[in-house]
Write a protein that binds this ligand. Structure first.
Ligand code: ADP
Length: 298
């Protein structure tokens, strides 16, 4: 309700304070009865105290609701982790055919279950990372690394998907790029997410993705440009919000995703001292980029 909304209560409090100032000035000038004025001011202070405590209470309530919500997500995600990984081990045993030969039909079903299991593990890991980022306890283990190597290996990893989606993917990089001091696993996640998005949200035919890596001032800039479906202008400011999905793809073309990738990517890049942003035009394509500072361990 409105009377519990902190912003509304702040406005009310401001109005009350102004009214009290004007009122006491008026009373003080016209009826010079100090006792009365003191009583009135005491009353006004009580009103202010009460409204102040209401504001604090509603802030506390908001904070509590928020905390409970993230605790809930975090607990659920933790609880889901162990059954999902035991499922993964069992599936691996089945898949290796150590427990017996699988027929073609069984293999087909096995693939579906395996894929769903992987997706659920990814989702749970994403949720845990979101909780860690929000609570400021995402662990970063920086090392001196070559961004070039990571980007190359991620691009290679995505070649089969690109081929399947008929997307032409190219990598352009400057020579002799300096090393950066970041967490290789986390940065890899960011690069995977950006390239995955560029391929996922590509056009149905003639999709092109260009990945580039260059040095700019004291930074290394990673860019991935696509000519895909783009993001509608009015939705662009929400792109890095968690669970945000623009869903502007054509009907009958559901693209799977959780809307967590870019939220996590932003958290990781910010923690690594860099910046992340994008430009996009609906129907024309998008360019996502991030920078990382060039600095060594020392
Ligand atoms: P997900 O891809 O799992 O939905 P992300 O956080 O990675 O989540 O992206 C959020 C949303 O931003 C996507 O759902 C999509 O609508 C939009 N988006 C991200 N990258 C691109 C891109 N390269 N082209 C078009 N839309 C994109």
């Amino acid at each position: 309700p409105l009377y519990q909304c902190p912003n509304f209560l702040f406005i009310i409090m401001g109005v009350v304070i102004i009214a009290i100032i004007i009122f006491s000035y008026y009373v003080g000038i016209h009826y010079i009865a100090p006792e009365l004025l003191i009583i009135l001011l005491a009353l006004a202070s009580i009103i202010l105290l009460i409204s102040g405590s209401m504001i604090v209470n509603s802030f506390e309530r908001l904070a509590w609701v928020n905390k409970t919500k993230s605790e809930f997500v975090s607990i659920v995600a933790h609880q889901l982790r162990s059954p999902l990984s035991s499922l993964r081990w069992s599936l691996e045993l089945l898949g290796d055919e150590k427990t017996g030969h699988l027929s073609e039909k069984q293999k087909e079903i096995f693939e579906i279950v395996n894929k769903s299991n992987k997706r659920m593990i990814d989702l749970v890991n994403d949720l845990l990372n979101v909780c860690r980022i929000e609570e400021g306890r995402l662990k970063i283990n920086p090392q001196e690394i070559s961004l070039e190597e990571i980007v190359e290996s991620v691009v290679k990893e995505f070649l089969p998907l690109a081929k399947e989606k008929k997307v032409n993917i190219v990598l352009e990089k400057e020579k002799n790029l300096p090393l950066v001091y970041v967490d290789p696993e986390r940065i890899r996640m960011v690069i995977q997410n950006l390239i995955d998005n560029a391929i996922k949200y590509s056009k149905k035919e003639g999709g092109k993705v260009k990945v580039s890596l260059l040095k700019e001032n004291n930074q290394i800039k990673f860019t991935v440009k696509d000519n895909g479906i783009g993001i509608p202008a009015i939705l662009q400011k929400r792109v890095f919000e968690k669970f945000f999905r623009a869903k502007n793809y054509p009907p009958q073309r559901e693209i799977s995703g959780t809307g967590l990738g870019l939220f996590i990517a932003k958290g990781i890049i910010k923690m690594s001292g860099g910046e992340i942003n994008f430009q996009s035009k609906e129907g024309k394509g998008s360019t996502f980029w991030f920078t990382l500072p060039i600095k060594s361990k020392k």
